[in-house]
Write a protein that binds this ligand. Structure first.
Ligand code: SF4
Length: 69
């Protein structure tokens, strides 16, 4: 497990429809109402598209192979 996608819930204003959901090529993100998006870890291929897109930095792809201190 070199990479892990995380939701930083305190970065998400949770007051809008999450636009990052549309960036996911495999439909791994979902949202209930205006809550922070949820990740389907079975579907997620850790491509980083959502984390690159999210302007609030609420979706973060952590690469452990680079930060293994
Ligand atoms: S890292 Fe890629 S596959 Fe995973 S939820 Fe984000 S956009 Fe979808």
């Amino acid at each position: 497990m070199e990479k892990e996608l995380k939701i930083i819930i305190e970065n998400c204003p949770q007051n809008h429809k999450c636009p990052a959901i549309k960036t996911c090529p495999v439909g791994a993100l979902s949202q209930e109402g205006f809550s922070a998006p949820k990740i389907d870890y079975i579907k997620c291929i850790k491509c980083g598209k959502c984390s690159n897109f999210c302007p609030k930095g609420a979706l973060v792809l952590i690469d452990y192979s680079k930060n293994n201190k």
